[in-house]
Design a protein around this ligand. Structure first.
Ligand SMILES: Nc1ncnc2c1ncn2[C@@H]1O[C@H](COP(=O)(O)OP(=O)(O)OP(=O)(O)O)[C@@H](O)[C@H]1O
Length: 689
C-alpha cells in the first residue's frame, strides 16, 4: 500500500521486512559495529560496478578519476543530534532499484526468512527472540543495509544512478513505512536533505541513537571509533575510505607555511582545521603472504566477499606464476547459506583481473558441487572485457578451476584427518552437496570418496565415528563378501527397519544406510569402489550363501523343496497381482518379515522416481517384485490355503488374492514407502479386522 504525491510517496514495508526491522531495533545484536562494515561493503561494490561499467564502455564519460568512500562525522549540538554519513561516488541507484533493493528484502530470501523467523518466534518465550536467536537469524541472512537500524533512529539515503538525471531520497525510522521522493537533478534542493546531495553515487546519513542508556553504543562520530571499526572490518577494501580528521600539521609547520598559512587563517574561525585522511591500507588481501595476514582480516574479507556473517572454516590461498599467472583466496564457510539447495543459489567466486573487479559469482571457476566455496580469483592475463561465455571456454580458467577443486578437496580431507569436530560440522552442512561431485566429477571421484562418510548398520562404540568411509567399510567386510551393500531411503528410521536388512543383520553383514536424495543418484554413477561393486540390497536377487555366518543356513535341498512347494502359489499370485507387481518370488533376504518389495538390478527406486517427478521430469512408475518369506506363518498359511482350494472356488481365491495384496501393502509400509492407493489398502485391512 502506498500514498502518492507527485514523485513523493510514503510506502509500507513488506511484512517480512517489518519483522526484520523490528528485530534489528529491539534486540541488540552483539556487534553493532558491523553496520559500518555493511555500508562500506555496499559502497565498495558500487564503486567496483561503476569502474567496470566505465571500462566496458557501458557508461562512457562517467567520472572515475577519484573513486572513494567518505565518512562524514557530525557531532551536532548534542548527543542526540549526532549524524554519521557514508558516501560513495559509485554506480548509485535508480528509484526502482531503491524500492526493490532497499525497500524490500532480497526476494530469494523472503520465504526462507519468513519461515525461520516464525519458527524462531514460536520457539521463543512470549515471542521475544533472545539475543542469540536474533544473532543467528541475522547471521544466516546477512541483513546488510538494515543493520543500520541497530545504531540509527532515522536513516536517509540519497542516491543518483550513474547516467541518469534524477536523484532519489529514501528515508525511514525503521517502523512500518518509508518515504521516497525522486526529483530531477536540478531540483535536488527540493528534497529537503540537510546534508550534501551527492551528484554521483550514494550518501547514507544515519541519525544516531544516543550513546548512553540501555543500548550502550559506541560513539560512531568519534574519530577513534571510526578508525578502529574501519581498521578492523574494512582495511582491505580496495577503495580509499576517507575521513576529515583534525590537522595539526599546520601548527607544527609554523612560519614555513608562508602564504598558505595566511590564506588558511580565514578558515580558522569556522572551526578547527581538518585534513582528509585515508583510514584503510587498501591492500588486496590475496596479494599478501598468508603469514602476514591475521585470521581476523581473513574473516572480515570473507564476510565482505560472501555477504555472510559466519567465520570461514578454512582459508585457502593459491598462487601461480609462469604461463598462467594468478592468485586465489578462497574460503570454506562454517555455516551453509539458506539457499544452498535452491536453484537460484549464486555459485562461484569473484573474478578480478590485475586487482580490477570483473564479476561476482564467476561460476566457471567452481563446479556446482563446490558451490559453497567463496572468495576471489585474480588472474593476470585475462581481458578486462571478458564475458561469462568466454570464461566457460578459456584454457586458463579451466586450469585454475582444476587447481581450485584439487585444493578444496585436499583441504576437506585434511580437515577430516586433523580436525574431527570441524569436519563433522562441515559434513553435516555440506556433505550432501559434495556428494554431487561423485556423480559429476569422475576425475576426482576417488579423492571425494576419501572423505565421504556414510551411515551404516554398524554399531559404533562410545566416542567412535558413527559414519564410515567406503575404504573403512571394505576393511571390515565379512568373510566371503565381495560387494559393498547399501540401501537407500527417505530417512534413517525408514531404512533401518526395512525388511531388506533382515538377512544381512542375521549374518552380521554391514549395510550402508543412504538417506540423502543425492545418494540415490551417485550409487548409480559410481558403480564400484576399489573393484568392489556397489550393490543395493533392495534390488535384484541377493545371494548371501557364502557371506558371513548364517544362523540357520538352509541346505540346497531345503531351498529346492521350498521352491517346489511354493511354485504353484507363486505362479498364481503373479497373475492375481499383475496390476501391482511384475513378479512374485521367494525371498533370500527375509528373516522375520513376511514380505518385501524389491526392484530389478537396473530399475529406479521409488524414491528416485519421485525425485525426478518433483523436478518436473516424466518418469513411468516401474513395477516392483514382491518377495515372500516361506518361513513366515502368514505366507505358509497362504500356501496351505491355496493348496486346499481350487481355481473353481472363486470366492476362496479372491480372498487369497486379497491376503496377498495386504502382504504387498505391508511390504511397502515396512520399507517406509508410499502406498499407491492408501484408501483401498485401509479398507481392505479394516474388512479383515
Ligand atoms: N551504496 C550503494 N550504492 C549502490 N547500490 C547499493 C548501495 N548500497 C546498497 N545498494 C544496493 O542495495 C542492495 C541491497 O543491499 P544490502 O546491504 O541490503 O544487501 P546485499 O549487500 O545485497 O547483501 P546482504 O544482504 O547479503 O548483505 C545491494 O545489493 C545493492 O544492489
Amino acid at each position: 500500500m502506498s500514498t502518492t504525491t507527485g514523485g513523493q510517496e510514503k510506502r509500507e514495508f513488506q511484512a517480512e521486512t517489518r519483522q526484520l526491522l523490528d528485530l534489528m531495533i529491539h534486540s541488540v545484536y552483539s556487534n553493532p559495529d558491523t553496520f559500518l562494515r555493511e555500508l562500506i561493503s555496499n559502497a565498495s561494490d558500487a564503486l567496483d560496478k561503476l569502474r567496470l561499467a566505465a571500462l566496458t564502455e557501458e557508461l562512457p564519460g562517467v567520472d572515475t578519476s577519484d573513486l572513494h568512500i567518505e565518512l562524514i562525522a557530525d557531532g551536532g549540538e548534542s548527543d542526540s543530534a549526532r549524524r554519521l554519513t557514508v558516501t560513495d561516488n559509485g554506480i548509485g541507484m535508480s528509484r526502482e532499484e531503491v524500492i526493490d533493493l532497499i525497500g524490500t528484502l532480497a526476494k530469494s530470501g523472503t520465504a526462507a526468512m519468513r519461515e525461520q523467523l516464525a519458527a524462531a518466534r514460536a520457539a521463543a518465550k512470549d515471542g521475544e527472540l533472545s539475543e542469540q536467536a536474533s544473532a543467528d537469524l541475522i547471521g544466516q541472512f546477512g541483513i546488510g543495509f538494515y543493520s543500520t537500524f541497530m545504531v540509527a533512529d532515522t536513516v536517509t539515503l540519497v542516491t543518483r544512478k550513474a547516467g541518469e538525471d534524477e536523484i532519489t531520497l529514501w528515508r525511514s525510522s525503521g517502523e512500518d513505512t518509508y518515504d521516497i521522493a525522486t526529483v530531477p537533478v536540478a531540483e535536488a534542493a527540493s528534497l529537503g536533505f540537510d546534508g550534501e546531495v551527492p551528484m554521483q553515487g550514494t550518501a547514507i546519513a544515519l541519525d544516531l541513537k544516543p550513546t548512553g542508556g540501555d543500548t550502550d553504543l559506541p560513539d560512531y562520530v568519534a574519530e577513534h571509533t571510526l578508525r578502529r571499526v574501519v581498521r578492523t572490518y574494512s582495511d582491505f577494501i580496495a577503495w580509499p575510505i576517507r575521513m576529515a580528521v583534525p590537522d595539526n600539521s599546520a601548527d607544527e609547520a609554523g612560519e614555513d607555511s608562508g602564504d598558505d598559512e595566511s590564506a588558511d587563517s580565514d578558515v580558522i574561525d569556522e572551526g578547527p582545521k581538518t585534513k582528509e585522511e585515508t583510514l584503510n591500507s587498501q591492500k588486496a588481501l590475496w596479494t599478501r603472504p598468508k603469514s602476514e595476514v591475521t585470521d581476523e582480516e581473513y574473516t572480515e574479507f570473507y564476510r565482505h566477499v560472501s555477504h555472510a556473517w559466519d567465520e570461514p572454516a578454512e582459508t585457502l590461498t593459491i598462487s601461480a606464476e609462469g604461463t598462467f599467472e594468478y592468485q586465489a583466496l578462497l574460503f570454506i564457510p562454517s555455516q551453509p547459506p539458506f539457499d544452498l539447495f535452491s536453484p537460484d543459489h549464486r555459485r562461484g567466486v569473484q573474478l578480478y583481473v590485475r586487482r580490477v573487479f570483473i564479476m561476482d559469482d564467476a561460476e566457471a571457476l567452481i563446479p556446482q558441487y563446490l558451490r559453497f566455496v567463496k572468495g576471489v580469483v585474480d588472474a593476470a592475463d585475462l581481458s578486462l572485457n571478458v564475458s561469462r561465455e568466454i570464461l566457460q571456454q578459456d584454457r586458463q580458467i579451466t586450469a585454475i578451476r582444476k587447481r581450485i577443486v584439487r585444493k578444496v578437496l585436499q583441504a576437506v580431507n585434511a580437515m577430516r584427518e586433523n580436525e574431527r569436530e570441524k569436519f563433522d560440522e562441515f559434513w553435516q552442512h555440506f556433505g550432501a552437496v559434495v556428494k554431487e561431485g561423485l556423480i559429476a566429477d569422475d576425475a576426482n571421484r576417488e579423492q571425494i570418496f576419501k572423505f565421504t562418510e556414510l551411515e551404516s548398520t554398524r554399531e559404533a562404540g562410545e566416542g567412535e565415528n558413527p559414519r564410515t568411509t567406503l575404504a573403512e567399510y571394505v576393511e571390515r567386510m565379512a568373510e566371503g563378501q565381495t560387494e559393498i551393500y547399501y540401501i537407500t531411503g527417505a530417512s534413517r528410521a525408514a531404512v533401518e527397519n526395512s525388511p531388506h536388512l533382515e538377512a544381512f543383520r542375521a549374518r552380521g553383514v554391514e549395510v550402508l544406510l543412504l538417506t540423502d536424495p543425492v545418494d540415490e543418484v551417485w550409487v548409480d554413477a559410481a558403480t564400484d569402489f576399489e573393484g568392489k561393486p556397489l550393490r543395493s540390497i533392495a534390488k535384484g536377487d541377493v545371494d548371501l550363501d557364502k557371506v558371513g555366518t548364517a544362523p540357520d543356513a538352509k541346505s540346497e535341498e531345503e531351498e529346492k523343496k521350498a521352491d517346489e512347494d511354493f511354485s504353484d502359489l507363486l505362479e498364481w499370485l503373479g497373475g492375481a497381482l499383475e496390476d501391482e507387481v511384475k513378479q512374485v518370488r521367494l525371498s533370500h533376504r527375509l528373516v522375520d518379515s513376511p514380505a518385501c518389495m524389491v526392484g530389478d538390478t537396473f530399475d529406479m527406486t521409488p524414491q528416485l522416481e519421485r525425485m525426478y517427478r518433483a523436478n518436473g521430469m516424466e518418469v513411468p512408475t516401474s513395477k516392483r517384485i514382491l518377495e515372500l518369506n516361506p518361513k513366515h506363518s502368514a505366507v505358509e498359511k497362504l500356501r496351505s490355503e491355496f493348496a486346499a482350494t481350487s481355481n473353481e472356488d472363486q470366492a476362496a481365491r479372491a480372498e487369497l488374492a486379497e491376503t496377498a495384496k495386504l502382504l504387498a501393502g505391508v511390504a511397502v509400509l515396512a520399507e517406509g514407502g508410499e502406498l499407491s492407493d492408501p484408501a483401498a489398502f485401509a479398507k481392505l485391512l479394516a474388512s479383515r479386522l
